[in-house]
Structures are given as structure tokens and as C-alpha cells.
Design a protein around this ligand. Structure first.
Ligand SMILES: [Fe+2]
Length: 299
């Protein structure tokens, strides 16, 4: 297995590994460390499908089962992100992730990582479309002015799924229906620290994001809005960014605890994009025994 860092602050390519085969404890330990360090790992040219994607993802934590967009081949942990229609019906979620965010911060149980596998990638005039952008929120934290670090050292913020849902309907003309009362009750706003300590690296990251974070607690709305705007503009600065241009066969895994991501919707409904996804929960990764046992094999 060969891990090659990109020239950008985040991102690495992992080659000489076949994810159709089970991964050894030693390779998994090295991948866990690489994911922590580089935050976005690409495994190109993988010839695998939903079962292998699920098995690989499950090494990192429990997998979330979504209410919609499931892969229809019998793997409820695998969802489909796609604008492709069969018999007039969308086969997956057509507009997932089209704004800067960190997955599942609207839940009490947040996401640890996403693993995505590309089957169809839109192209136009020789140019790849439908890229996914990332920001390194740990590097951004490290460069924050000490006054902001001190002011928000113990601060918490509120995250709300409905805030994003309505943004997508209002600003992005998303065809999604409003969340029902039952769905809203199932996703009450959640509270998380503004700065999150990574369970493997011990480094802090900025853990608020433009899609889900409504406000920082314990201060006026004006001050919260000002601070969030400052943090968001800081994270989006070019040194912290990386854009992944997809190729068919790419398996991409990224660490939500120290990144934001954004899906670029620069392709049309007649330019097919099909990606399968597993969402890995941040359960085992916050269990010290899991991390200790995993890294014991890294030597
Ligand atoms: Fe996402």
C-alpha cells in the first residue's frame, strides 16, 4: 500500500491496495492514521460495488441507514447519490451536499466519515463536472487569532437540519418536500462544541458549518452572527481548500471531524452522475479502546 500526499494542505492518494480484498489490521491502522493526517483519501481504480464499500466503511464505525435513496440491491447502509432516472423515477438523491457542511452535525450522534464510490461522472467538452470541494477545518483552527480561540474555547453551538432543508428549498430550488412534523420531531436541534478535539490526533478543529449551525449559545444573535461569519470566511480561504475531480472507480473517504465539504452542481439533468455512499458514525472513533487497539497494529 502506497500513500501519496497531494500538494494541497489536505488530500492523499492510496494505491497498491485492492479494496475487493479484506484489509489487514496493519493496513487499517495505517489508513486510520492517514485519514487523520490527510483528511481526504482517494483510492483510484477500484473494481468494487455496494458490499465491498459497506465492508470497508464498517471498519471505521457503525453505518447510518438513511430514510431515502437506498441502494436497491439489498444493502440498506449504502445510499445512492444520483440524478439518473429509470422509468422516469430518480434512482437516488439528486442534490445531496450542495452547500458547505459537515455531515450530520444536526444529530446528537454526528458523522465521523463518508465513503463514496464513483460509478458515473459527468463530463463536458473534456472537463470533469460534479467535483467535491473540501476545507481543512483543523488547519483553519490552528491559524485563528488567539482572541477568537480564547473567546470560543468552551462555547457551544446549535445545529438544525430544518435550517438547511429550508435553505435548499428556498435558495437552490430543491424539489424536496418540507420536513413533516414527525420528521422535525425526529431531528430536534442539537448542541456541539464550536471547537472539537479530534479523538485520534488530539488537534482542535472548527466544528460549526454554514449549512447546519444556526447560532453560538450564550451571546446575542448579532455577536453570534458576526463570529460565525468570521469563522466561515476564515475556513473558506484558499490555503485550506482541496477540490476532488472524480474519476470512475474512485473510492473517496474523508474525515468529517476536521473538514467541511461541498458538492458542486455544475452538471445538468442529462449529464449522469452516480455515486454510492456509506455514512460512518462517530461512535467507535470516540471510544479510546477502539483507537488504541487499531493503532497498536500500525508499527
Ligand atoms: Fe455531505
Amino acid at each position: 500500500m502506497l500513500i501519496t500526499p497531494r500538494s494541497t494542505s489536505i488530500g492523499a492518494t492510496v494505491t497498491q491496495i485492492d479494496l475487493a480484498q479484506a484489509i489487514s489490521h496493519k493496513d487499517f491502522a495505517q489508513l486510520l492514521l492517514a485519514l487523520t493526517k490527510h483528511k481526504v483519501l482517494c483510492f483510484p481504480k477500484q473494481s468494487i460495488d455496494a458490499p465491498e464499500l459497506r465492508d470497508f466503511s464498517a471498519r471505521f464505525g457503525s453505518l447510518q441507514t438513511l430514510r431515502s435513496g437506498q441502494d436497491k440491491t439489498g444493502f440498506p447502509e449504502v445510499s445512492v447519490l444520483s440524478n439518473v432516472k429509470r422509468e422516469g423515477k430518480l434512482i437516488g438523491i439528486p442534490d445531496a451536499g450542495q452547500n458547505w457542511h459537515t455531515d450530520m452535525t444536526y444529530n446528537r450522534s454526528v458523522g465521523y466519515a463518508n465513503a463514496l464510490l464513483a460509478f458515473q461522472v459527468p463530463m463536458r467538452d473534456g472537463r470533469v463536472l460534479g467535483a467535491t470541494e473540501f476545507c481543512d477545518t483543523a488547519a483553519a483552527y490552528a491559524d485563528l487569532p488567539s482572541s477568537i480561540k480564547q473567546e470560543l474555547a468552551n462555547a457551544t453551538a446549535i445545529h438544525d437540519l430544518n435550517y438547511y432543508w429550508e435553505f435548499m428549498r428556498r435558495e437552490k430550488a430543491s424539489p424536496r418536500a418540507p420536513l413533516s412534523e414527525v420528521e422535525r420531531a425526529a431531528h430536534p436541534p442539537s448542541r456541539h462544541p464550536v471547537f472539537l478535539k479530534h479523538p485520534v490526533s488530539g488537534k482542535q478543529s472548527i466544528y460549526v458549518n454554514p449549512s447546519f449551525t444556526t447560532h453560538i449559545e450564550g451571546m446575542s444573535k448579532e455577536h453570534s452572527d458576526t463570529l460565525l461569519k468570521t469563522l466561515f470566511e476564515h475556513v473558506l480561504m484558499p490555503p485550506y481548500r482541496y477540490t476532488h475531480q472524480w474519476a470512475v472507480g474512485d473510492l473517496l473517504i474523508w474525515d468529517h471531524l476536521s473538514t467541511w465539504h461541498n458538492a458542486i452542481a455544475d452538471y445538468g439533468p442529462d449529464e449522469p452522475r452516480l455515486i454510492k455512499r456509506c455514512q460512518i458514525m462517530a461512535d467507535r472513533i470516540f471510544t479510546p479502546e477502539f483507537v488504541t487497539a487499531a493503532l497498536a497494529d500500525s508499527a
